[in-house]
Unconditional design. Structure first.
Length: 380
């Protein structure tokens, strides 16, 4: 016990730049370990490419974190961090080059033609037809431009979505059942990332087929939405990195993130996330249900309440890792006194297990507004 108390005292006395230095060292070591495993990852089935994409997303995330921390990191340290990130990028590129199979020599005809299957329809053609049939305002829900989502229950009040090039837009009227079926069964096999932008009042659930689209995830400009990304990330297909920004009056179930979850400008919302670390910026009046291997960081936040990740979202790997959900560092509160900007969410104010199981999944009479109202989220 005395040793633990000493460690906590030392952690409290560290300056923000010293805490970031420790965090940076930890992340670099983790990325180097991932790259070492690349050489032993099979090429077939796209496993190696997926692993390399995870490393690339991790490097990009770490680079963004250095930029975010520039206000309190000395210039010399910033240059050191930048050089370390460049070295990681070069190491990853070298590993990728080693995985490229040598091209076999072969004779080819000097002229050739490519024949098109006349019965096939291109994505652009399908997009054009969809736009002509269902015009609507621009919003985006994509897995690297490969899918459109629909509410889990077609009878729910949220509008259906149709494919719009590299985005999905709400239709002015509900499409036919065959159109909706096509949207729900579009392939995720070539997708590498998930993007959900510019939605109001939508209930979106990522299916298990999105498990290959987790190199990165981005959610932005959402209001009054229920987003559930837990299914494709629950068993070994976690996001490499996740970014949330400009979200209000919403429930966001982020799923699992191997790296850090970056959250900026989220208000009057509930977040559910399992990640290596959470970095929360410029957010207020939020309840965060969290499983974190590292200490969560908040900055320019107020009225943030933390609780442990609900049992329904835990996997076996989570149970083997100490959860530091309540070991929060407030980078804008340097006093030895506890930060007033965050508190532990009292147990009697937490969402009950039955709500996560029975209400949050939705139903024919339970769209986004009804779910948010039941959970007392925002102004719903």
């Amino acid at each position: 016990m005395p040793a633990m108390a000493t460690d906590e005292s030392e952690a409290t006395q560290l300056s923000p730049s010293e805490r970031f230095f420790r965090y940076f060292q930890h992340e670099v070591t983790a990325l180097q370990d991932q790259m070492l495993r690349l050489d032993n990852t099979g090429i077939s089935g796209g496993e190696r490419a997926d692993a390399a994409d995870h490393c690339l997303a991790g490097i990009a995330r770490l680079s963004n974190e250095v930029k975010d921390a520039s206000s309190y990191i000395p210039a010399y340290d910033q240059r050191t961090y930048s050089e370390a990130i460049k070295a990681l990028s070069k190491k990853l590129e070298d590993s990728r080059q080693r995985a490229v199979p040598k091209q076999k020599f072969s004779f080819r005809s000097s002229t050739f033609t490519t024949r098109k299957n006349e019965s096939a329809i291109s994505l652009n053609d399908a997009t054009k037809r969809a736009k002509e049939k269902f015009p609507g305002p621009a919003s985006e829900t994509s897995a690297d431009s490969s899918f459109a989502t629909t509410p889990i229950h077609p009878a729910s009040p949220a509008p259906e979505l149709v494919q719009d090039g590299d985005s999905a837009t709400p239709a002015a009227s509900a499409p036919s059942s065959s159109d909706a079926a096509r949207a729900r069964t579009m392939s995720f096999s070539q997708s590498t990332k998930v993007t959900i932008n510019n939605h109001d009042g939508q209930h979106i659930i990522l299916p298990s087929s999105a498990s290959h689209a987790t190199s990165s995830g981005t959610l932005s400009n959402l209001r009054g939405c229920v987003i559930n990304m837990s299914t494709p990330t629950s068993e070994g297909h976690a996001f490499a990195g996740l970014t949330l920004r400009n979200i209000s009056d919403s429930l966001i179930i982020c799923g699992h993130v191997d790296g850090a979850a970056h959250v900026t400008n989220v208000t009057n919302s509930i977040l559910v996330v399992a990640s290596r670390q959470l970095r929360l910026h410029e957010s207020q009046n939020c309840d965060v249900y969290l499983h974190a291997a590292g200490r969560p960081i908040i900055e320019d936040c107020k009225d943030v309440h933390f609780a442990p990740l609900p049992e329904i979202f835990l996997n076996d790997a989570d149970r083997m890792i100490e959860n530091q959900w309540d070991a929060v560092d407030d980078f804008k509160w340097l006093s030895a006194e506890p930060s007033p900007n965050w508190q532990v969410l009292e147990e009697d104010k937490r969402v009950p297990a039955t709500m996560w199981q029975e209400v949050v999944p939705g139903g024919p009479a339970f769209g986004a507004a009804e779910i948010l109202n039941a959970l007392k989220v925002g102004s719903a």
